[in-house]
Design a protein around this ligand. Structure first.
Ligand SMILES: Cc1cc2nc3c(=O)[nH]c(=O)nc-3n(C[C@H](O)[C@H](O)[C@H](O)COP(=O)(O)O)c2cc1C
Length: 292
């Protein structure tokens, strides 16, 4: 349980900690000061310490020396942020240049600043930078695709697949039967159509069967992708491997995932062989106010 105390002499009863902690509901104003009346409900997000205008809250997980003041002057402008977002592209060509492990470690570390359901902070990473193992994983993915395409040709087995994989995935595979064949063709020509010969593959994983685990992993991955872009590295999400990792025990074993952990997102990372020079336009999302 968290140890939280409020310095009653410093507290100005502004109620900010009470209001920001609306779901866990740890604080109440009592006898002229805020008091952590339900510390057992704290889920460790640190918003109370982050918001208190007079630094009156002492939370054992958030000592003030680990919680620097937010310096708005050091934040990127809206335009700088948008340029970074637009500059991030999915790379499928990589230079034959290894990515130093320290850089990969730093990128995994910034992934933690994303939101997570109930502040679970549960996304961890597996990094693979061994070429032979990456090739093995590509091969396993293509073996699965081959098996899958074979089963999809059989009307009864297609129905069984739908039960296991869900209607959407089976329908989408049925709509694009050529995709699997094209990947297999490229593999036969000595190319790597799964990981594009990237020097690093990153797999974000979480506890299995936790609500919103995929969402947490995607936020973490997107942070990592933006940070990589800022460092001159490129990334691409590899959904095709993700699907394999979800359904193949062999791939699970290859990843060394422990019991109770599930792969949620897969990325490739490396220095781009052909860096992108121009930002391109994108469809403007529709925005509807107060629809009926
Ligand atoms: C959920 C998801 C799965 C993806 N899976 C793959 C994949 O398996 N292989 C691949 O080359 N790109 C994959 N991509 C990358 C998309 O093709 C890419 O984001 C899209 O074409 C837009 O290009 P951009 O990221 O350069 O803007 C995936 C992207 C997402 C969001």
């Amino acid at each position: 349980m968290s140890k939280i105390t409020v310095d009653a002499r410093a507290c100005i009863q502004c109620g900010a900690c009470v209001r920001v902690c609306a779901i866990a509901d740890v604080f109440e104003i009592r006898d002229g000061a805020s008091v952590a009346v339900r510390p057992e409900r704290c889920w460790g997000c640190g918003q109370c310490v982050s918001v208190c205008p007079v630094d009156a809250i002492d939370h054992d997980a958030f000592p003030l020396e680990k919680c620097p003041l937010i310096d708005n002057g050091r934040q990127p402008t809206g335009e700088q942020l948008a340029i970074l977002m637009r500059a991030r592209r999915s790379a499928r060509t990589f230079a034959e240049r290894p990515v130093p492990r320290d850089i990969v470690r730093d990128l995994a570390s910034v992934s933690r600043w994303g939101p997570s359901a109930q502040n679970s902070q549960d996304v961890d990473w597996i990094a693979i930078d061994d070429r032979a193992r990456i090739t093995e994983m590509s091969k396993a993915t293509l073996d699965e695709i081959r098996r899958f395409s074979h089963l999809m040709r059989h009307p009864v087995l297609r129905g069984v697949l739908r039960l296991f994989l869900g209607r959407e995935l089976t329908k989408s595979a049925g709509r694009n039967p050529r995709v699997g064949e094209e990947l297999l063709d490229r593999w036969a020509k000595g190319l790597d159509p799964v990981f594009y010969n990237a020097p690093v593959v990153l797999v974000g994983h979480t506890r299995s069967r936790r609500a919103f685990a995929r969402d947490d992993a995607i936020y973490a991955a997107y942070n990592l992708m933006l940070a990589a872009e800022r460092q001159g590295l490129s990334t691409c999400q590899i959904g095709i491997f993700q699907m394999t990792a979800e359904h193949s025990n062999k791939v699970r074993r290859m990843l060394g995932l422990s019991e109770g952990r599930t792969a949620q997102v897969t990325l490739v990372l490396g220095y781009p062989l052909h860096p992108f020079r121009r930002l391109v336009p994108r469809r403007m999302p529709e925005l509807v106010w107060n629809p009926r």
